[in-house]
Write a new protein. Structure first.
Length: 147
């Protein structure tokens, strides 16, 4: 959990939850039966995907799921793994690193955001970051898919 000096800080050992809509395109299975999470599960127009801090969710991933759309699923990521992600801009050589900060909002004190240092300012860089997030994410609660 955040420190007394900085309650906005998110510790490396904190688990994060990401709610995903009930969309069959966000979760697929490879030929060998292993689950593949789509990078589209981390889409965000502002390039700052929202997550919930698990240590503040008294009802675990269910709490995150209940705040989102009916039938939604929940992914989990470890903060340290998120912070280990980086992408280099092919033209400028700028290295973009992922980080997490607490951003409580009125209806969700557990809210945090994954952001770039420096900010992800191009779609190409953000797409690569989303691919990395999808690779480290784990499925906590599967969505209820409409067939």
């Amino acid at each position: 959990m955040g420190t007394l000096e900085n309650p906005q800080s998110v510790a490396d050992d904190e688990l994060l939850y990401r709610a995903i809509r009930p969309d069959a395109n966000l979760l697929t299975y490879d030929d060998d039966g292993s689950l593949r999470i789509s990078s589209n599960a981390f889409n965000d127009a502002s390039r700052r995907p929202s997550v919930d801090r698990a240590c503040l969710c008294s009802d675990g991933p269910k709490e995150c799921q209940m705040r989102f759309a009916p039938g939604s699923g929940v992914l989990s990521l470890l903060t340290a793994d998120v912070r280990a992600i980086s992408a280099t801009h092919g033209v400028t050589g700028i290295v973009y690193c992922a980080d997490v900060e607490a951003v409580p909002i009125p209806n969700n004190a557990t809210h945090a955001e994954i952001y770039g240092k420096p900010p992800f300012d191009t779609d190409k860089v953000f797409v690569r970051i989303k691919h990395s997030l999808a690779r480290i994410a784990q499925l906590e609660l599967g969505p209820t898919l409409q067939m």
